[in-house]
Design a protein around this ligand. Structure first.
Ligand SMILES: [Zn+2]
Length: 432
């Protein structure tokens, strides 16, 4: 790793970092101690203003792109070099925690503050980004900002938010512009790499007593929408033998799904299979359920095992329909293959962590992240930070101050190592 001895001694201001995390948690703060900052909500707009103000106060060049991603750049000495991008997201799920996303942005801000304070010049422009709408939304997308950058955003412009506004209107209010999205994704500036620090949202770090881990990639996600069609009818007058009960079919299916990882994907102990959405029609106490819609979510870091899980789930759905005399309709909603992060950035990240006394094996991410889509534009890598009990998307999300500081130290050193390395002087070509 190309870090000077002096850079190996660099530390961020841990107290300032923690104070900023606390202050950012006031935006959309909930009584339970977490935050509610769904994308385009008033608290999301407010924290965008706060973040932009903090970056302007540091002298960074603040700009907002068509997807309302907020970029805060510190120009490098050689403007011909591609930018080093760091960051994460400031939106949250409703009633979420303080650190999912915000930790990565605030660690990035602390890296910028440290560079400015040290008056430390870099060759590359360092760009800190807060990406729009990483979390899943009611209007049908997740990772909104990073998909838009990668040219992968589906047309959700006329979909409605809970307050009745369309995505197009809400995006405009946040400083973006739907009609300029396409031009933005094709005219993007070259990137050397993208680095994201994020809470683990699992217990693997806690279980092994580590504060940080490099991330090798992100699992693939496969989602089916499954609709069981039965016959609605009177619950008293329709005999048991005459029924075609769609909810009974769904129940058989739901019980079969959790067994799939062990049955068909045992080689990946992190593989998961879940039914997280169920809609019963007419959902009435005195009508036999005529139709049930559900969504399965299947995850594995191995593409072959993920395909086996998807096939296994479809077979179970057909079996449940057969056993209940119902019909089943199976549609693929999402087929997102596993992503393996760029080897060169992973090597830097692993070396930096080793140097900080946090060496160890890489983890795969079981959650989707913006780095998946930015990894299609540039070499990307992530750093996981231990969180208490693996609790996330929950007000009880908790991170140790020392772990947060160590994550910012690691991010700072990774940025400086990449800046010093000639390997990153050409625009990065993503490997996967
Ligand atoms: Zn997140």
């Amino acid at each position: 790793m190309s870090l000077s001895r002096a850079d190996r001694g660099l530390r961020v201001d841990a107290a300032r970092l923690w104070r900023t995390l606390d202050e950012y948690a006031r935006y959309g703060a909930t009584a339970a101690g977490g935050v509610s900052r769904p994308v385009f909500s008033p608290p999301d707009l407010a924290i965008r203003r706060r973040f932009s103000d903090d970056c302007r106060a540091l002298g960074l060049d603040v700009s907002v792109d068509a997807a309302a991603n907020v970029f805060c750049a510190r120009p490098g000495s050689d403007r011909t070099l591609p930018r080093i991008l760091i960051g994460s997201h400031l939106d949250s799920v409703p009633d979420g925690g303080r650190y999912d996303g915000a930790l990565g942005v605030v660690c990035g801000l602390e890296v910028m503050r440290t560079l400015v304070e040290l008056d430390r010049a870099t060759r590359h422009t360092i760009d800190l980004v807060s990406l729009t709408g990483e979390e899943a939304t009611s209007f049908g997308t997740s990772t909104f900002g990073s998909r838009a950058l990668a040219g992968r955003l589906p047309d959700v412009s006329d979909n409605a938010l809970p307050d009745g506004w369309t995505v197009r209107q809400a995006l405009h209010d946040a400083g973006g512009e739907w009609d300029d999205l396409h031009a933005m994704s094709t005219a993007r500036e070259p990137l050397a790499c993208f680095l994201e620090a994020h809470i683990e949202q699992g217990t693997r770090l806690e279980a092994t007593g580590r504060a940080l881990a490099p991330v090798s990639g992100v699992c693939g996600i496969y989602r089916h929408r499954i609709v069981f069609h039965g016959t609605p009818g009177h619950i008293g007058t329709t005999s048991m033998s005459e029924r075609r009960d769609a909810l009974r079919a769904a129940a058989l299916f739901i019980l079969a799904v959790p067994a799939l990882p062990a049955a068909v994907a045992a080689a990946d102990p992190s593989a998961t299979a879940t039914v997280g959405y169920l809609n019963v029609t007419p959902n009435s106490p005195n009508v036999i359920p005529g139709r049930v819609t559900l969504v399965t979510d299947l995850r594995s870091a191995d593409a072959t095992l993920l395909a086996a899980l998807a096939e296994g789930a479809a077979a179970e759905a057909r079996r449940a329909a057969r056993d209940t005399g119902t019909e089943v309709e199976i549609t693929t909603m999402l087929d997102q293959g596993p992503v393996v992060f760029d080897a060169r950035v992973r090597i830097v990240m692993a070396a930096v962590l080793e140097d900080l006394g946090e060496g160890g094996t890489e983890l795969t991410s079981q959650a989707g992240h913006d780095a998946v889509h930015l990894g299609a534009l540039a070499p990307a890598a992530m750093l996981f930070v231990r969180c208490r009990g693996g609790v996330s998307h929950n007000p009880d999300e908790s991170v140790q101050p020392a772990d947060a500081a160590l994550a910012a130290d690691a991010l700072l050193r990774a940025v400086l190592a990449i800046d010093a390395s000639p390997d990153f002087d050409a625009p990065g070509v993503p490997l996967s």
